[in-house]
Write a protein that binds this ligand. Structure first.
Ligand code: 13P
Length: 256
């Protein structure tokens, strides 16, 4: 399979931004700007409390709604958590799992990332699985080892049939929210490593069909050259996804 036959996905991660009223207008604005741009899938991952208005505002448009986390148990005494079934019934199609901010600030480990991924897939959600090295790991020359290990641990026990619902987002932690973007060659190198590891875990068909996004200070100015790389099949965008015009330009860059 060639790059052109993989699904390109441009996803916004709003993080802890946008109240429901702000979300409603941002979705409407974004949807108007990306209307008819069918060369990629467009997803906005919103805070839990925005989901209801976001799903409503996205109805009849080509914007899909995602969440930013999911718990691994089906239900029960887990105060403050949200289950995959709750997300699904709320109209959510995608969920981000294992974002570096959750790993860094909320004690997320590869074990819990794996459990959340499995629960979300079993419920029928599509998972945007995030991984990537921190600055010290890059400087120590162990990026390949780190992302390979994360890929293996985070995908443990997930059968090949479910890999059609997995997207991997390579997000070098040093590039997130810093304005320091990985160069296209750096992004390509690591996305290709991830694809090789997935090939080893499953087979060539699964690896070639897998959408691998780059995330970390992607914006309207640098998206085109990152997306032109052979193994970069989309983007996971933080800051620039909060500004509909900027996000729409990234969607434009993915139309080629
Ligand atoms: P920025 O685009 O703000 O660097 O954030 C990237 C990110 O963390 C997306 O999940």
């Amino acid at each position: 399979m060639k790059k052109e036959s993989r699904k390109v996905i441009i996803a916004g991660n709003w993080k802890m931004n946008m109240t429901p009223s702000a979300a409603k207008s941002a979705i409407a604005e974004t949807a108007a700007l990306v209307a008819g741009k069918n060369g990629c899938e467009v997803v906005l991952c919103v805070p839990f409390v925005d989901i209801a208005v976001a799903v409503e505002a996205a109805k009849g448009t080509n914007v899909k709604i995602g969440a930013q986390n999911v718990h691994f148990e089906k239900k029960g005494a887990f105060t403050g958590e949200i289950s995959a079934d709750m997300l699904l019934e709320s109209g959510v199609e995608y969920v981000i799992v294992g974002h570096s901010e959750r790993r860094q600030y909320f004690g997320e480990t590869d074990e819990t990332v794996n459990k959340r991924t499995r629960a979300a897939l079993d419920a029928g959600l599509k998972v945007i699985l995030c991984l990537g090295e921190v600055l010290e790991e890059r400087q120590a020359g162990i990026t390949e080892e780190i992302v390979s290990m994360q890929t293996k641990l985070d995908l443990a026990g997930i059968p090949a049939e479910q890999m059609k619902d997995v997207i991997i987002a390579y997000e070098p932690v040093w590039a997130i929210g810093t304005g320091l973007t990985a160069t296209p060659d750096q992004a390509e190198e690591v996305c290709a490593i991830i694809r090789r590891v997935v090939c080893g875990l499953y087979n060539n068909d699964v690896a070639e069909a897998l959408t691998i996004q780059y995330g970390g200070s992607m914006n309207d100015a640098n998206a085109a050259e990152l997306l032109a790389k052979l193994d970069v099949d989309g983007g996971l965008i933080g800051g620039a996804s909060l500004v509909p015009e900027k996000f729409a330009k990234i969607v434009d860059a993915a139309q080629a």
